[in-house]
Design a protein. Structure first.
Length: 149
């Protein structure tokens, strides 16, 4: 079974309420994820105050995303293919997200409403030093966010 298929199956299990979140995270960390390239870097999107690296489990999922972006970015436009990098999920969470300098996570298969999954910038997913809920978290109202000392 292909790597992307295993990850897609774990995502489907989790979305159906029968998956193990730790197993899903472990599978994501081991999987090679396809990340489109844009403007000399990885394709990202901002939503909810988080910068999301957009990754895909396989070329079919990436093609659905490309088609949804219109003719300028369409993988089939004028016979041009969409360039992408293959990166391990662990590298995206442990190196790429922290290097962004803002809260960052990974959004997988975002063109598939029933098959997408978000790996948020929280403790246990990204390094604690950059987790939005970690010891170094900055809270919008200042202070320590109500944590006991």
């Amino acid at each position: 079974m292909a790597e992307g298929t295993v990850l897609a199956d774990r995502i489907a299990d989790q979305r159906a309420g029968v998956g193990d979140p730790r197993a899903l995270l472990g599978e994501f960390r081991r999987a090679l994820v396809l990340v489109p390239l844009a403007g000399g870097g990885l394709w990202t999107a901002e939503f909810g105050g988080v910068r999301w690296v957009c990754g895909f489990t396989d070329e079919a999922a990436l093609a659905r995303f490309a088609q949804g972006r219109g003719s300028v970015h369409d993988a089939g436009a004028a016979g041009r293919s969409w360039e992408f990098a293959r990166l391990r999920g662990a590298r995206l969470l442990d190196e790429v997200a922290p290097a962004m300098g803002v809260p960052a996570g990974v959004a997988v298969n975002i063109a598939d409403p029933e098959g997408s999954m978000f790996f948020s910038p929280v403790t246990g997913v990204v390094p604690d030093a950059v987790a939005v809920d970690g010891e170094n978290a900055v809270h919008p109202r200042g202070g320590d966010g109500g944590r006991e000392r």
